[in-house]
Write a protein that binds this ligand. Structure first.
Ligand code: OSB
Ligand code: MG
Length: 373
């Protein structure tokens, strides 16, 4: 049993190495909330992947801060928990806000790993020591710069590339990239920017030998995804649409997708991510680990998750220098020559938070203490 004594929240803002454009907007800096959970002389760290504005998800830094500080934190402070299921039980009265709850849960996983002196990957049942990874490439100003950016990443050693697309910035550029890189593992992510009327665009992509097409349609629309999947050989992959293991089961049952992108944040934490991984394994559906431009804290958790056996497709987990010139945790993650990244092997998340670097990027702090009796 661990007594949850104190929690600190920090709103941090990190400069991205280059602007990241998706169908929902451009990010030049990445905001997130870092959670520090203290218990009996140990500290666990978590990352809440909510963005500053509601583009990917309805959650934002503001809503996550509100829900954490008003509801989730008061429900857990001063309580004793022995595992993440105990935490989930304390948070059960509250609806939604998966990114917020996952940030808190990650901090508890780190704490448990440190207390038991086991790396997170081992706690989760991971098996690989390194995991295959790719890079997610934002929408570029024009075709020429897109080819150049892809070329640079391929030269750095990435063997799988994901291109962000949006209406009007899709087929022509994708065909050009395919022409220059005929053998590259290639996939696209629309972040729900299309409707079923755009079916011809995806039918045209069907001959480009893509690994998958990620989240073409609305996040709350499994039915139309199923309609689109029927018209394609290429697997659809859902990201935003899958918020729980129930969503995953129903999507598979109606053939709304043939691959699932698992992000622990989006589904409320690593425990639910494990349940989706298990379901997909049973149903023969490949999964891969998505990313949210995390700092070294969140990326350590992604690497641990991706070390599970069902993660058979390369993850959106790139080296630290793809995201940030300076990070808030050490060591930095490096790309191996075989397009893999090593899974951390020290207890918990297996990274050390650099408190000075963290202070440098902190915009706001909140401290919460258990009431002493
Ligand atoms: O849809 O997968 C996405 C980043 C922020 C929000 C949503 C997405 C992404 C990415 C980047 O594609 C993945 C990464 O962290 O490298
Ligand atoms: Mg996505």
């Amino acid at each position: 049993m661990m007594l949850l004594e104190a929690i600190e929240l920090r709103h941090v803002r990190m400069q991205l190495q280059s602007p990241f454009e998706t169908s929902f907007g451009v990010e030049r800096e990445r905001d997130c909330i870092i959670v520090r959970l203290q218990s009996e002389g140990l500290a666990g760290w978590g990352e809440c992947a909510a963005s500053y504005y509601p583009g990917y998800s309805y959650e934002t830094i503001g809503t996550a801060w509100h829900v954490l500080s008003e509801f989730l934190i008061p429900a857990v402070l001063g309580q004793r928990v022995s595992d993440v299921d105990d935490l989930a039980a304390l948070l059960a009265p509250f609806k939604g806000h998966n990114l917020a709850r996952a940030g808190l849960e990650m901090a508890l996983w780190d704490l448990i790993g440190k207390a038991e002196k086991k790396p997170l990957a081992r706690l989760l049942g991971g098996q690989r020591r390194s995991v295959p990874v790719g890079v997610s490439v934002g929408i570029q100003p024009d075709e020429e710069s897109l080819i150049k950016v892809v070329e640079d990443y391929v030269r750095e050693g990435y063997r799988r590339v994901k291109l962000k697309i949006k209406p009007g910035r899709d087929l022509v550029e994708l065909q050009a990239v395919r022409r220059v890189f005929p053998d590259l593992k290639l996939q696209v992510d629309a972040n729900s920017a299309y409707s079923l009327q755009d079916k011809p665009v995806f039918v045209a992509m069907d001959s480009l030998d893509l690994l998958l097409i990620e989240q073409p349609l609305a996040d709350d629309d499994l039915i139309d995804h199923s309609g689109l999947q029927k018209a394609l050989k290429t697997a659809l992959c859902l990201d935003e649409s899958i918020l729980s293991v129930r969503h995953a089961r129903q999507a598979i049952e109606i053939d709304a997708c043939r691959v699932i992108n698992i992000k622990a944040g989006r589904v409320g934490g690593l425990a639910e991510a494990l349940r989706i991984h298990e379901l997909c394994n049973e149903r023969g559906v490949p999964v891969w680990c998505g990313g949210m431009l995390e700092t070294g804290i969140g990326r350590a958790a992604n690497l641990a998750l991706a070390s599970l056996p069902g993660f058979t497709l390369p993850g959106d987990i790139s080296a630290s220098d793809r995201y940030y010139a300076e990070d808030i945790a050490e060591p930095r993650f490096e790309l191996n020559p075989d397009s893999t990244i090593d899974v951390p092997d020290d207890p918990g998340l297996g990274v050390t938070v650099v408190e000075d670097a963290l202070d440098d990027v902190t915009l706001r702090k909140g401290a919460f203490l258990a009431q002493s009796d």
